[in-house]
Design a protein around this ligand. Sequence first.
Ligand code: NAP
Length: 157
Amino acid sequence: MVFGFPDSYVTPDDPKRQRTELYGKFCTEATNAHDRHRRWPGTALFGRRSHLRKAAAPRVINVSSGYGQLDGMSANVPRYCLSKLALNGVTIMLAAALRAEGVAVNSMCPGWVRTDMGGPDATRSVEEGADTAVWLADEAPRELTGKFFRSRAEIAW
Ligand SMILES: NC(=O)c1ccc[n+]([C@@H]2O[C@H](COP(=O)([O-])OP(=O)(O)OC[C@H]3O[C@@H](n4cnc5c(N)ncnc54)[C@H](OP(=O)(O)O)[C@@H]3O)[C@@H](O)[C@H]2O)c1
């Protein structure tokens, strides 16, 4: 499973967006403040566990950003930075919770990519941006879990 839309766009009340399964549920529940301590991230994130169990080598890849790094915070894009910081926290918690079941959970940063979001001046092609996510989903050692990657190398939280 790879989750990676720009979190700053999240609109939990939009039915179309709620189709986004696990991540959409996370966002809906994460904003459900009155009860977040009881349900978050438990039922929100772990609700799709049965899907993961069907895979021979289950892996979750959260598409994060350098803006989510502790030394990458920028006041220019606060919602984006904080959403990626939270996503990285989710990665750490999920990795710990699912380690015993053999599920690898990691965050990755694609770099600055020429997509709608990154714009035409970005330094990486879409293929280059996707490379680390594909590697994590397919080739990376399964023991790698609870980490943050860019360009197939671990980076700091
Ligand atoms: N591009 C970069 O330089 C860069 C750098 C670092 C990290 N990232 C991360 O890489 C990931 C992919 O970004 P991108 O550059 O491909 O962005 P993009 O070109 O703007 O595409 C974003 C995609 O996410 C979908 N989306 C947005 N909000 C959604 C939601 N709430 N539920 C479901 N789908 C949603 C959009 O669907 P619709 O078209 O239907 O709205 C669109 O297909 C993001 O997590 C981004 O934060 C990108």
